[in-house]
Write a protein that binds this ligand. Sequence first.
Ligand code: HBI
Ligand code: FE
Length: 287
Amino acid sequence: MSADTLHPPPGARPDWTIDQGWAGYTAAEHQLWVTLYERQTALLPGRACDPFLRGLDALDLHRAGIPDFARINEELRRLTGWEVVAVPGLVPETAFFEHLANRRFPAGQFIRRPDQLDYLEEPDIFHDVFGHVPMLTDPTFADYMQAYGEGGLRALDLGQLHNLARLYWYTVEFGLLQTPQGLRIYGAGIVSSHAETIFALDDPSPNRLGFDLARVMRTPYRIDDFQQVYFVIPSLQALLDATLADFGALYARLEGQRDIPIEAVLPSDQVFTRGTQAYAKAAPGKG
Ligand code: HBI
Ligand code: FE
């Protein structure tokens, strides 16, 4: 974050929140939401995990257009005490973790342009609300996200943000869940992306490895292309339990250890898929 992002932009409150201004969305913006929503929900049965699909229904992120946060927050608060707050875009880590630690999910207020249907740099309202918010209706995941926020504030104090960012990336954004029916998606970055929803589960290219906290914190990630590795948790409870670890001791252990190459499979890894990395080899150098 550049220096000038320490101060919220004009119109934003000190905690970086803004009014959603739901009445201000245009018909074209609502229609874009519907297009994105219908394309994704046609794909997700058998791919998104049950807690995600249940959350989508519970919040009635309906097909009619961009959800009004005031409406979905009534149900979300009732279910897990979380609420969605509107922000202009990415906010500084301190504000971000502070919101999560208080069960407030900061969601971009804007929606992408039609020519950004498949990819955009900054999280927009579709990535944030369609991708992240349904999982917040699950009590265990809701607890994990609050614990993550609290851990993030501590990590900032300890200068360990890079480790926490990897944990967020390989769970909240790109995590897979093991179920009796096979691997299912819970990561927002996957579930809000049409192409990556297919790639993450079906493509032979990426590794799919058992989740391990230290392993994830030693593994770099891709910021603007499909992941080369996805980590699989056995349950949401196991993910929550991982936050109970003594992160101070973990950080100390990680200090002296080098990153693990992103395409590597270690002898200690639980291997669900040993990927070909064909996609990454064919699309080198995209970030
Ligand atoms: N801000 N609005 C928003 N959304 C994010 O996902 C986000 C952020 N600021 C910082 C951030 N994520 C990451 O640096 C943390 O996940 C580590
Ligand atoms: Fe996200």
